[in-house]
Write a protein that binds this ligand. Structure first.
Ligand code: HEC
Ligand code: HEC
Ligand code: HEC
Length: 300
């Protein structure tokens, strides 16, 4: 009787240990960055338990409300001046979404109401339907750099996250929207659209008044060390993207043309599938391709 009991206990303990090991291994794998899987996650994920004061401050800036500008009747005078129709609803118009939302037409990015699976919108908690954190801080979405920030509790070097898509070329990043040739609001139209980085950057993060007892542990103590580092993107800024809008049966569709990120295209994957079958991701050739790939396009 007791012998049987002991056996059962030993067996269940063993299987519990095996289970726990498997779970922690799965977790570890999940947290390992992987450029191939980069995607947009939204501002709420950056808020989470990490950057609450920045999120609270951002909500009340023009960037945190940029999607609202696409609605009919909003800023009618400015729209008229730019030869846009003030009564038109632009919230699903590809001509506007690349600069007024987060990650439009990229993995994990914003999908408008005309999409078969639109991104849910909560008016209390702005997320992907605005110019979110990831539009300025990442190249192809924050999913992978978020893992590094969490794993290191904020104690990372610029190069660690840059390898997986964080960008530090702040003065360059603004021009992917401000002064971009596809922006209808050019300085030639009105002087107020001129862009002086040093002046404008002062209004990006007014997070100071949102620090509290609850989020004090989120202060970036390690930031001083990082300000001395110079990242690759600061030496050679990331390319400024451009896109083309093609008229399709269902309406206009945006295609990224010049882009800062070299995603693995379906066509490329097909080659590996042909050579190695369904489990091509286990092949040495696939792993070699990922390791040697130049993921980012820098300016020449
Ligand atoms: C290339 C990026 C880009 C595209 C494309 C773009 N915008 Fe904008 N938009 C901006 C930026 C940047 C500003 C802020 C300009 C400033 O304040 O200097 C802005 C400002 C605005 C404003 C406020 C202007 C004001 O003076 O109050 C409205 C309204 C607006 N955009 C609507 C649209 C609409 C509608 C479309 C599509 C037809 C569109 N935008 C396409 C980047 C873009
Ligand atoms: C329009 C571009 C832009 C957006 C959107 C943006 N940031 Fe930033 N962020 C910057 C720039 C530029 C800096 C560096 C200068 C500064 O700190 O003001 C920065 C710095 C930071 C820092 C470092 C602060 C420090 O002490 O140096 C954190 C953390 C941060 N941003 C988080 C966020 C989060 C979270 C969001 C979204 C809720 C966000 N940012 C949205 C441009 C942006
Ligand atoms: C993805 C597009 C995008 C990027 C990238 C971007 N902006 Fe903007 N920005 C906008 C839009 C759209 C507006 C218009 C908001 C409005 O008029 O209400 C705006 C407005 C602003 C404003 C004034 C409005 C306000 O109340 O905040 C400042 C200041 C500004 N941007 C600074 C910057 C700086 C500095 C950077 C680079 C670090 C940057 N922006 C990058 C799209 C962008």
């Amino acid at each position: 009787m007791t012998e049987k009991f002991l056996k059962i206990t030993a067996l269940s303990l063993l299987s519990l240990t095996v289970m726990l090991t498997v779970i922690t291994e799965v977790e570890a794998r999940k947290k390992k960055p992987n450029n191939y899987k980069m995607k947009y996650v939204g501002a709420l994920k950056c808020d989470g338990s990490c950057h609450d004061p920045y999120y609270q401050a951002w909500k009340n800036t023009g960037h945190g409300k940029a999607f609202e500008l696409l609605k009919p009747g909003i800023r009618a005078e400015a729209k008229k001046k730019a030869a846009l129709d003030p009564e038109k609803d632009y919230t699903t118009d590809p001509h506007c979404l690349r600069c007024h939302t987060t990650g439009y037409r990229q993995r994990g990015g914003f999908r408008p109401a005309t999409h078969k699976k639109p991104t849910p919108i909560d008016p209390q908690e702005p997320n992907k339907e605005q110019v979110g954190c990831e539009m300025c801080h990442t190249i192809a979405g924050g999913s992978e750099i978020r893992k590094i920030m969490k794993n290191t509790k904020g104690d990372f070097d610029k190069a660690d996250t840059e390898k997986h898509g964080q960008r530090w070329d702040y003065s360059n990043v603004c021009t992917r929207c401000h002064l971009h040739p596809k922006n209808p609001f050019q300085p030639s139209l009105d002087k107020k659209y001129e862009f002086d980085f040093k002046e404008r950057v002062k209004n990006i993060h007014k997070a100071d008044k949102y620090w509290s007892e609850d989020n004090r542990d989120q202060k970036l103590e390690k930031i001083k060390k990082r300000t001395k580092q110079i990242a690759q993107s600061e030496k050679t800024p990331v390319a400024i993207e451009d896109w083309k809008i093609k008229q399709k049966k269902k309406g206009p569709k945006l295609y990224l043309r010049n882009k800062p990120y070299n995603k693995v295209k379906r066509k490329e994957r097909r080659e590996f599938k042909k050579a190695h079958g369904k489990k091509y991701k286990k092949s040495d050739e696939w792993k070699k391709m990922l390791a040697e790939r130049k993921w980012f396009n820098y300016q020449k």
